[in-house]
Design a protein around this ligand. Structure first.
Ligand SMILES: NC(=O)C1=CN([C@@H]2O[C@H](COP(=O)(O)OP(=O)(O)OC[C@H]3O[C@@H](n4cnc5c(N)ncnc54)[C@H](O)[C@@H]3O)[C@@H](O)[C@H]2O)C=CC1
Ligand SMILES: C[N+](C)(C)CC(=O)CC(=O)[O-]
Length: 476
């Protein structure tokens, strides 16, 4: 599949990374002579961050091309994303040119932060608003506004690249999220202009409290809890009167002049000017990845979107007659001060492979919830090669023995180029979770395991059965 990105700035670069890292070919048109460098830097950040959200590898990256002719970039694309600056006159120039080169089924999305589809399409085009959030390669939300059938097709494509389409029921200036953000932004500008707070103090008030709350429950669910046991009704009764109090200056907008720009910019420089924008982007990305990963566990918000996307990724398949039990990219957080994957994560990869193998024999989460599981009693790890951040790591699992209470596995950790990086030999015992003692597995599990053991019995397992300090013997 091919996507064309028209305008490769902050948002276009993010869209390019999102499509590319999900296996789409991406063609870019942007007249800025620096566009290729800038987009390259955004994609480098995305390669570091996006795969770290997943426990499985994303599809192989697509091909990235840059074009000096917009029609050439657009031709053959299933999706074209207009991301030129936010002026209606420019969008009116660019959208008809895109439409002229696009196929009849091509989805044309506009990243506009605030224009309505009826305004964008005044010249007879059929674009829908596909409004993303920065960084587009990490944050899932895309507000879709426009023709219902096109939005439904667009939503399917966006889910396929790990995003969360929110179809806006009626067109309105600034859609949903930007209306909320604009309200906070206006209040913040007032607070700075009136000398109530600095830019830094306002940021502290957000990140130390409601910013964390909003990421996992939003506004209404958060306030429902704030109503105590009586819930939302009590919350409304207590704080409803504040609507009539001077708690907001929303429509009383501060005058936008050089004085306001200089005031905000100088405080922002004092607050964050010691770091480059790319440094700040990496800090933001690491924090966002950590938060979304934490949300994966409960499936709340963006964590649920990543989990659903991961479950829809293609099956892992086989390698050399053995099942692939892990296929993932190595996150930066798995590396250490020696600049390679830390020893603990070799075991983590093997442990994930064991979990997957347990699922394959019918001893997955439901079996465990019913009171039975396998406990590891011994591991032997051979560290054969360094593994680096960003690499695609594959684990294959071989059954060495699988009778009675015993499950003896031999995991091989492979580099992306197919060379061996490590082996982990694991012995597990089937356990009754109520008594915490070893026990026989249920027949269905025992049968499935016996089948795998028979299938793997004649396969070589060089390096298995070794002990610490054992010397390599010369091959015969
Ligand atoms: N920056 C943000 O936080 C967000 C911006 N948006 C929307 O995304 C759109 C783009 O905004 P940014 O990426 O922030 O702007 P930007 O200024 O970073 O990038 C715009 C890019 O468009 C290129 N460009 C200018 N004229 C062009 C033309 N005729 N054809 C092709 N490319 C052209 C520029 O060279 C530049 O690289 C706007 O509609 C904006 O409202 C949406 C969500 C968030
Ligand atoms: C400031 N903004 C209106 C361009 C913001 C957005 O449109 C979304 C975002 O990423 O905050």
């Amino acid at each position: 599949m091919k996507a064309a990105i028209i305008g490769g700035g902050v948002i276009g670069g993010g869209w390019a990374a999102r499509f590319l890292l999900n296996g789409w070919d991406v063609a870019i048109f942007d007249p800025d002579p620096q566009a290729e460098r800038k987009i390259g830097e955004v994609i480098a950040n995305a390669r570091r961050a996006l795969p770290a959200l997943y426990d499985r590898a994303l599809p192989p990256e697509g091909a990235l091309t840059f074009h000096t002719d917009m029609a050439e970039a657009v031709r053959g694309s299933a999706w074209v994303q207009e991301s030129v600056p936010e002026t209606l006159a420019l969008k009116h120039k660019v959208l008809p040119a895109i439409a002229a080169a696009a196929g009849p089924d091509t989805i044309i999305g506009s990243s506009t932060s605030g224009f309505k589809p009826s305004e964008l399409n005044a010249a007879g085009t059929n674009a829908v608003v596909a409004h993303p959030f920065n960084p587009v390669y990490l944050l899932p939300l895309v507000e879709l506004v426009g023709d219902a059938a096109t939005c439904a097709r667009a939503a399917d494509i966006l889910r396929g690249i790990g995003m969360f389409p929110l179809i806006v029921r009626k067109e309105i200036d600034a859609h949903i999220a930007d209306r909320l953000l604009e309200a906070v932004w206006r209040e913040a500008l007032w607070l700075v202009k009136d000398g109530i707070a600095t830019t830094e103090e306002i940021d502290e008030s957000i990140r130390m409290a409601f910013g964390i709350r909003w990421a996992q429950m939003g506004l209404f669910e958060t306030y429902r809890i704030a109503g105590g046991e009586a819930g939302m009704k009590h919350f409304m009764a207590q704080f409803g009167p504040a609507l009539a109090w001077p708690w907001t200056k929303l429509m009383d907008v501060p005058e936008f002049n050089d004085e306001l720009v200089d005031l905000i910019a100088s405080q922002s420089d004092a607050q964050s000017g010691h770091r480059s924008i790319r440094e700040l982007e990496r800090l933001r990305d690491d924090n966002v990845v950590g938060m979304i990963r934490a949300l994966r566990r409960s499936g709340s918000g963006a964590g649920g979107v990543v989990r659903a996307h991961e479950e829809a990724l293609p099956d892992l398949g086989e390698q050399g007659g053995l099942p692939i039990t892990v296929s993932r990219q190595v996150p930066v957080t798995w590396t250490d001060y020696n600049g390679h994957m830390n020893e603990t994560h070799y075991l983590e990869a093997a442990s994930l492979a064991t979990d997957r193998f347990m699922e394959m024999i019918g001893a997955g989460p439901d079996y465990v919830a019913a009171g039975r599981s396998y406990f590891t009693v011994e591991n032997h790890i051979r560290y054969l090669d360094e593994i680096h951040a960003g690499e695609r790591l594959t684990v294959t699992s071989q059954v060495l023995a699988g009778q009675g209470k015993k499950l003896h596995l031999f995991h091989r950790l492979w580099h992306g180029d197919g060379t061996l990086a490590a082996t982990v030999e694991t012995l597990l015992l089937h356990t009754d979770l109520a008594t915490r003692r070893s026990s026989l597995p249920q027949t269905t599990v025992a049968d499935a395991l016996a089948e795998w053991a028979a299938r793997h019995a004649d396969l070589p397992a060089e390096g298995a059965g070794r002990f610490v300090g054992q010397r390599d013997t010369a091959p015969a």
